[in-house]
Design a protein around this ligand. Structure first.
Ligand code: ZN
Length: 213
């Protein structure tokens, strides 16, 4: 009953277009997402790992880092992963004005457009700090606010095996949007353990999609 109510509420109040926490899936699908890159020396290794398992993911990039490393942005796009927006300079969103937030969104969308030639319609706020004003302003621009349903907690800077162990203790479920950070290579070592296990459990992986109108 509660579960039914939860889905009903989500369908009415939080349609996918407005806010993504997880995705309802008939098949066993996981969505890996990587925040705060692209960082030279890390993303190349991560891309090779993803190729090894033929996994497509979503990169929530920082405009400021992308501007310094346009080649890396090209490489991510070339390998058919999704480029998404994680602000320009990663400010603390609860400390800046609404106008400043929207500039952060616009600047990075422009950088992504220059590389891909397409509009970016996926945004994740730094540290997942949302407010309704921001979510509705994004909606007006046909941009979906993307949060996550599982946090790898890789920001704790623990060894990779700790990150992997946490997922084994608390297994993922279909439709999970999983948060990693590709500003350090510990996520790569953890995923080299986790991806084969998830594949063996019957999961497949998808990238989130930018919607083209
Ligand atoms: Zn971040």
């Amino acid at each position: 009953m509660l579960l039914k109510l939860k889905y009903l509420l989500r369908a009415i109040i939080l349609p996918d277009r407005l806010f993504l926490l997880s995705k309802t899936q008939k098949e066993k699908t996981l969505y890996l997402t990587f925040d705060d890159g692209p960082v030279p020396g890390v993303v190349e290794r991560l891309l090779d790992l993803l190729d090894k398992y033929q996994v497509k993911v979503t990169f929530f990039i920082l405009g400021s880092r992308a501007e310094k490393n346009p080649d890396l942005l090209h490489e991510i796009h070339k390998r058919a992963h999704t480029l998404a927006n994680h602000s320009y300079s990663h400010p603390e969103f609860h400390k800046i004005s609404h106008a400043e937030k929207m500039i952060e969104v616009e600047k990075t969308n422009l950088i992504i457009k220059q590389v891909t030639g397409e509009s970016c319609t996926l945004f994740r706020a730094p540290q997942g700090r949302w407010d309704m004003h921001l979510i509705f302003a994004l909606l007006l621009k046909k941009i979906t606010a993307v949060h996550w349903s599982r946090d790898s907690m890789d920001f704790l800077k623990e060894p990779a095996n700790k990150i992997a162990d946490r997922f084994l203790k608390h297994p993922v479920k279909s439709g999970d949007i999983i948060l990693f950070h590709d500003d350090h290579e510990r996520c790569i070592d953890a995923l080299d353990v986790l991806i084969p296990q998830w594949l063996a459990q019957g999961y497949s992986f998808s990238a989130l999609e930018n919607k083209h109108s």
